[in-house]
Write a protein that binds this ligand. Structure first.
Ligand code: 5AD
Ligand code: SF4
Length: 447
């Protein structure tokens, strides 16, 4: 339905920062806006409402969002009816909403992560009363089912399995802005997955801050059970999940992954650091040895599994020796990919108050060394693909390259030619390898 006032269609624009969880939550915001009759625009200048879905995991995510919000002051002056809403993790931080409204008094609605599902009501309230609205509940509420979703990542469908986090890694703001872990009922998850597959989606990605602890609060179901139940759904699809915590990854989960041909042969297993001393300071609940044992467990059941990771450098007190432990771990594991970060102190977290904060110049040198090492590993891994035929799920079309793109079961990205391929499984013969991505020719397309 398109909401018309005379000939005027109301339009929305959502700007998302941060992780997949946020991308999916923007799909929910879009669903609510469409239900209210708004249609999507990518042009901020034409929008009747601009929603910022923010992230606060590192300082630069916050700075970027604040810079972009500030830049809207002019637009708000020329378009008095424009509604600006800011939500997500950044606004959920203690005391932040007040600061934000003081800094940018032209913001109309501020809503926290715990208020996202009520966004439609907040917007209706705003349009009826013209008042500024700040809705940031301190505590997480019960899980709300049935929020409309306007999905934007076909052929992949994101599916929440849990919300919040109980781990309190000392560097991390997430438990403070997303509350304690709550698991969705397995029946709801399976139903959502089935609906997606029945409507043509070819990949399901189960989402949680720590998927491995799924079900702890429900009592009678584990992540392994969930993998088994979702992979039993009829249809041709790939199952992915993220993100994992090494301390909670069990042998039963690894077996469930190994035994399900629909589950992709890749796992994202953030290590954060290679030094047991640093891991302890991070409150990760595993040592370097424990992490390597989990890698061995994964490779025992799934020898060719691709393992990706997150690594941080410059955690308080990190010495050259500690950093060498990270380098040696990366050499030993040979990750299929690594997201690397410079530690960023987050107000309210224990690590921000620790002595021994590391000079940024030192962190920058360390991260460069790490990136160089990982790039080299990726180049070598890519070379092994030369001449091979692999099955890719086509995800999109890259306008700049003029080629389709997609990933194989290991998560490796490839580019290729063809016609009408999005959402289809394509066999591609790899003809060239550069860095982490591959280039190939389409051999056949699965019916
Ligand atoms: N500084 C830098 N990186 C961080 N991450 C989480 N918190 C911080 C922080 N304060 C990284 C971790 C996590 C990923 C999502 O972001 O590596 O796994
Ligand atoms: Fe995602 Fe964490 Fe950023 Fe929130 S703070 S958007 S949970 S990465």
């Amino acid at each position: 339905m398109i909401f018309n006032m005379g000939n005027i269609t109301k339009t929305y624009c959502i700007i998302t920062y941060g992780c997949q969880m946020n991308l999916h939550e923007s799909e929910k915001l879009a669903g609510m806006l469409q239900n209210l009759g708004y249609v999507k625009t990518d042009n901020e200048e034409q929008a009747d409402i601009i929603v910022f879905n923010t992230c606060c995991i590192r300082e630069n995510a916050e700075k970027k969002a604040e810079g972009n919000i500030g830049a809207l002051k002019k637009l708000k002056r020329t378009n008095k009816n424009l509604i600006i809403a800011v939500g997500g993790c950044m606004t959920q931080q203690q005391g932040y909403a007040d600061k934000l409204v003081k800094k940018f008094p032209f913001i109309d609605i501020v809503f926290g992560t715990h208020n996202l599902e009520n966004f439609a009501e907040l917007l209706t309230e705003k349009t009826e009363s013209k008042k500024h609205i700040v809705a940031v509940s301190e505590k997480e509420g019960k899980i709300i089912e049935g929020t409309p979703k306007m999905r934007s990542s076909f052929p992949n469908g994101w599916v929440n399995i849990s919300y919040g986090c109980n781990n309190f890694c000392t560097y991390c703001i997430v438990p403070f802005v997303r509350g304690r872990e709550r698991s969705r009922l397995p029946e709801e998850i399976v139903k959502e997955c089935k609906d997606l597959i029945d409507s043509g989606y070819k990949e399901i990605t189960l989402l949680g801050q720590n998927v491995n602890s799924y079900g702890h609060d429900l009592g009678n179901v584990s992540f392994a059970d969930l993998i088994r139940r979702v992979s039993e759904i009829d249809g041709d699809f790939r199952l992915r999940f993220m993100t994992n915590h090494p301390k909670d990854l069990t042998e039963d989960m690894v077996k469930a992954i190994a035994e399900s041909p629909k589950t992709a042969k890749s796992i994202h297993l953030p290590v954060q650091a290679g030094s047991s001393r640093i891991l302890q300071l991070m409150n990760r609940h595993y040592t370097r040895g424990d992490y390597l044992d989990k890698i061995a467990l994964l490779r025992k059941y799934i020898p060719d599994i691709a393992i990706t990771t997150d690594i941080m450098v410059g955690f308080p007190t990190e010495t050259d020796e500690d950093f060498k432990d990270t380098i040696s771990l990366v050499k030993e594991v040979r990750f299929a990919g690594a997201f690397t970060f410079i530690y960023s102190p987050r107000s309210g977290t224990p690590a921000a108050k620790m002595d021994g904060q590391i000079d940024e110049a030192v962190s920058k040198t360390r991260i460069m060394e790490l990136i160089d090492l990982q790039n080299g590993i990726n180049r070598e891994q890519s070379k092994a693909y030369l001449g091979k035929e692999i099955e890719i799920l086509c995800e999109g079309f890259d306008e700049k390259k003029g080629k389709y793109l997609g990933r194989d079961t290991y998560g490796r990205m490839a580019y290729f030619n063809g016609k009408n391929l999005i959402g289809r499984f394509v066999n591609v013969k790899i003809t060239r390898t550069g860095g982490i991505s591959l280039l190939g020719e389409t051999v056949s397309v699965k019916e």
